[in-house]
Design a protein around this ligand. Sequence first.
Ligand SMILES: Cc1cc2nc3c(=O)[nH]c(=O)nc-3n(C[C@H](O)[C@H](O)[C@H](O)COP(=O)(O)OP(=O)(O)OC[C@H]3O[C@@H](n4cnc5c(N)ncnc54)[C@H](O)[C@@H]3O)c2cc1C
Length: 380
Amino acid sequence: MSAELFDYAIIGAGAAGLQLALAMESDAYFSEKSILILDKDGKTANDKTWCFWEIGQGKWDGLISKSWETGLFHGKDQSEVLNLSPYKYKMLRSEDFYAHAKNRLLQAANIQWVQEEITEVQRGEKVTLSTQKATYKAAIVFDSRVPEEWSTDPNSLRIYQHFRGWRIKTVKNVFDPESFTMMDYRLGFEDSCCFTYILPISSKEALIEFTFFTPDMRGSDHYDELLKKYIAQVLKVESYQKLEVEEGVIPMTNYPFEKHQSDKLIKIGAAAGWVKASTGYSFNNAGKKVDHLIQAIKSKSQLNENSAQRFKLYDSTLLHVLQNHNSKGPQLFTDLYTKNPIQRLFRFLDEESSPLDELAVMASVDKAAFGKAFLKELFR
Ligand SMILES: Cc1cc2nc3c(=O)[nH]c(=O)nc-3n(C[C@H](O)[C@H](O)[C@H](O)COP(=O)(O)OP(=O)(O)OC[C@H]3O[C@@H](n4cnc5c(N)ncnc54)[C@H](O)[C@@H]3O)c2cc1C
């Protein structure tokens, strides 16, 4: 049986794959091109709550379920109010994003969406994609499968951002719905870098996540215990109902994902290193990378774009510290969030900072630990 042929195939209808598919669907350049989207999952569950910051209005504002102009940071014994203006911190539930994307994409005559798992990819003049049910061919494939090697490569630095969150409803008014908590280090676990993150939806409802940034899955049996403890001891809440659970593991690494791609098999999303190595954020970055990909396809130029070397070096420096001196993490983030205006930090993390911003950020953290790590990574 001959394989169906497409101009483009997108493996993975996640944050990256769907942002790419939606960008193609809304661009007349692609209206005559055949596009295949493949995902093993039905994409109906609310499996992720994506948050990101941006200035002013954004592309996804119609889908945003909550946004904040103020945040809080708590170190072990130091707190900071984060006045974000002109930024806003925005929350997008993945089920809303998936439903919106499906609704748009399934109406397009040139787009086909199949729920199948890719079991094999063969490169050739056309790329061949096999599933248990069928074989497809495409001139260019965008692939969001994360290569397993990232977690064993001896030459790269890696931290797991692993967490579990509960969306809870309380009996009494507990939360300030106008202010989210970026990081709260007051409840620790052994000597790991771990914190609580709170997204308040109303005064009685919030998503509360206990998060680790650790070189292994240390503490992963303890999320529920730590969440219970945080709610009882820090929030001092006794009565609440658990509405939803969210958990995840996000790679924070300088693994060279680009080595897995070629002209016809373009990696996207976490599989392309679009997750910021020092933070684990990637939703907004995926939008920027998608814009670049669309421009590159239309102008037939280089499809792969990498971060500037200096940002890779900063990310590696932070990873180096967290991998080798994990217990320094809480103080490191406390310095970053209490000694820099949040706007400078956001510019830095968005890789849009000036050299002066970067010097100020570097000067705000433990110079001995950071300086040593910086030099080691520079000469690596
Ligand atoms: C729970 C959670 C919360 C997060 N919160 C944030 C946040 O607040 N802000 C932020 O910026 N980032 C966040 N991230 C990090 C990052 O933005 C997400 O991981 C993001 O979804 C990555 O996008 P992606 O497209 O690479 O991967 P995904 O969104 O995971 O999509 C990959 C898709 O590929 C499919 N797939 C994989 N293998 C195959 C195969 N063989 N065949 C067919 N389909 C396949 C999967 O089913 C999946 O749908 C979060 C991550 C997690 C796990």
